[in-house]
Design a protein around this ligand. Structure first.
Ligand code: ATP
Ligand code: MG
Length: 572
């Protein structure tokens, strides 16, 4: 079985390995039985579905085990961070259904504490001011198999280091001219231990501390100490930080922190097929206007998924189903779509909407008559109310639901054949009218059986097909934005030489059509979830108005994950 399958099934049957660790710690009364996690985004972009996984994990574990989860902005790089990103992150975490209460923290709140810690390191001879350029530092780091070269500034006296570091903070040096480095081991097999940079000079205003600082701590220097300051018990992070762990431990050792050390646990980041997840690449799509902003419904961002019509519940379910893995893997995006369908099926109202209309005329139906047909707003809801759907002589049906010369298994409408019009009558196709020049069908003529009305059917007829329809006179015009996956290849990062991930974009990821809906579609407002029957789930776009309704297609009704599951069950 593939990794996908394993993850999907294992989360139902056993605790994930992180929960096992937490239970063990609780059992041993580690940290006096406290559980305290955090979600630590860097506010340099909008959150994506991978972050959602981390949010659900961190907040979810805290909830499940009676602990707390902090929201902490890792805001150590003023060049790429902004308040817009901070605000969007807060909105997204809240929308997903999680609450950090009063625990909204910023690494920048700890700049003073970190500075004092750094002074402590310098005093112990464990950090020094280095004057090599970034490039020189990179060039002297060596390789995993070849030791690095020691900096000529490595053995400066403590006093000089203290003086220089203070001057760095006081803004006496231009950006990039000096850094503070930890003095560890230039020949360590772990590259992260080769005198890593702790501070760099950046004469740039910060969105919170403004011009107070012109030296900024690096992520590595900030992260572990921030966890410690916040009394975090379990620092859950992605696999790439496993190799940073010895460094974080070294910092805590040198600072002589022995109690309440956060326990770092790594898990594999979420990767999805047909999706890029790196913030840098997502930013590139936004900046190059390949998509319409971070919340474009094709983006894997939380705001994009929200606009597309995903519910927070479905994202939480998805996160639960993928579980946590210790090895890198890639999850089929069809699973996410499946979780979405399952939830929308339960909550979405139903409506009939014709996307690609052709006129259908019921020749034996009275010209001026309108009947009120009734449909359940949501058949999945036992308390559902009914909606009224006007029925008249002239209707729109989908062009695809008619074939003049159908293959054997076509159960929809064709000459001489019968189908049911959903919630209404059984009709029979008698003839078609075509455009003389193009040959395109312009009208389908039918007769109906008055005794076959849905719910009161005395016709004794059995028909195989049911199709949807909209009364032409009552049709509400709407804009349907048919979104598809943004990329056409399963792994968009695999590219031909000389090309980048953008070469795998699907040019047909958005099609806009004018569609015709039953009157109830007028009542849906921004964010409303609707199943266009026989078609897919849709959500009203924020740009929609009463005069111009816009519906975003969230997912079609075709569930390819259900097929995968079926196959897996067969194999099992
Ligand atoms: P990206 O690689 O997309 O830029 P990042 O790790 O730089 O992401 P951060 O803002 O630092 O973004 O991430 C905040 C938290 O979310 C971190 O704890 C990180 O481990 C976690 N995270 C980021 N991407 C994923 C992912 N794909 N799956 C699971 N967790 C993730
Ligand atoms: Mg990061």
């Amino acid at each position: 079985m593939s990794d996908k399958g394993k993850n999907e099934t294992s989360s139902h049957t056993s605790l994930n390995f992180i929960e096992e660790i937490i239970r063990e710690d609780l059992h041993n009364n580690r940290n006096d039985g406290r559980i305290h996690t955090r979600f630590p985004p860097e506010p340099n972009g909008y959150l994506h579905i991978g972050h959602a996984k981390s949010i659900c994990l961190n907040f979810g574990l805290a909830k499940k085990y009676g602990g707390k989860c902090n929201l902490r902005f890792d805001d150590t790089n003023p060049m790429t961070e902004s308040v817009e990103y901070v605000d969007s992150i807060k909105e997204d975490v809240r929308w997903l259904g999680f609450d950090w209460e009063e625990r909204e923290f910023y690494a920048s709140d700890y700049f003073h504490a970190l500075f004092d810690f750094a002074i402590g390191l310098i005093k112990k001879g464990k950090a020094y001011v280095c004057e090599m350029s970034g490039e020189e530092i990179a060039n002297t780091r060596g390789t995993p198999t070849r030791p690095g070269k020691e900096s000529p500034w490595r053995n400066r006296p403590v006093k000089e280091n203290l003086e220089l570091f203070n001057k760095m903070r006081d803004g006496e040096f231009p950006g990039g001219t000096k850094v503070l480095r930890a003095k560890i081991d230039m020949s360590s097999p772990n590259m992260h231990m080769r005198d890593p940079v702790m501070y760099r000079i950046l004469h740039a205003p910060h969105h919170r501390t403004e011009n107070k600082w012109c030296i900024y701590p690096t992520y590595d220097w900030t992260h572990g100490q921030s966890d410690y300051i916040e009394n975090i018990t379990h620092s859950i992070c992605t696999l790439e930080f496993e190799v940073h762990r010895p460094l974080y431990d070294w910092f805590l050792d040198v600072l002589e922190i022995t109690e309440n050390r956060p326990r770092q646990i790594e898990f594999a980041r979420l990767n999805l097929t047909y999706t890029v997840m790196s913030k840098r690449k997502l930013l590139e799509l936004v900046e190059n206007k390949i998509v319409n902003g971070w919340d474009d419904p094709r983006m894997p961002t939380i705001s994009g998924l929200r606009r597309r019509g995903y519910s927070p519940e479905s994202i939480r379910t998805f996160s639960e189903k993928v579980g946590v893995a210790k090895r890198e893997n890639i999850i089929d995006v069809a699973l996410l779509e499946h979780c979405c369908r399952e939830h929308l099926n339960k909550i979405a109202s139903r409506a009939m909407v014709v996307m690609n209309p052709v006129k259908l005329i019921i020749d034996n139906y009275p010209d001026d008559k309108t009947e009120e047909m009734a449909g359940k707003i949501n058949p999945e809801d036992p308390d559902t109310l009914l909606r009224i759907i006007p029925f008249t002589k002239t209707l729109y049906i989908e062009r695809d639901d008619f074939m003049e010369d159908p293959p054997k298994k076509f159960f929809r409408l064709s000459p001489g054949k019968e189908v049911r019009l959903k919630y209404a009558y059984i009709i029979k196709c008698e003839s078609v009218v075509k455009d003389h020049e193009t040959g395109k069908i312009t009208e389908i003529h039918c007769t109906y059986d008055p005794g076959s009305r849905s719910g009161q059917d005395i016709s004794n007829k059995k028909v195989k097909g049911t199709i949807h329809w909209v009364s032409v006179d009552h049709a509400v015009k709407l804009e349907a934005r048919l979104y598809d996956r943004l990329f056409k290849t399963e792994n968009p990062d695999i590219v031909e030489e000389g090309k980048d991930f953008k070469s795998n974009l699907d040019p047909d990821s958005l099609k806009i059509v004018e569609a015709f809906g039953e009157p109830s579609v007028k009542d849906f407002t921004t964010g409303s979830k609707v199943q266009f029957e026989r078609n897919g789930y849709y959500s009203v776009d924020p740009d929609s108005t009463n005069e111009h309704k816009i519906f975003n297609r969230t997912v079609t009704l075709r569930d390819s994950w259900a097929k995968v599951l079926k196959k897996m069950n067969k194999q099992a």
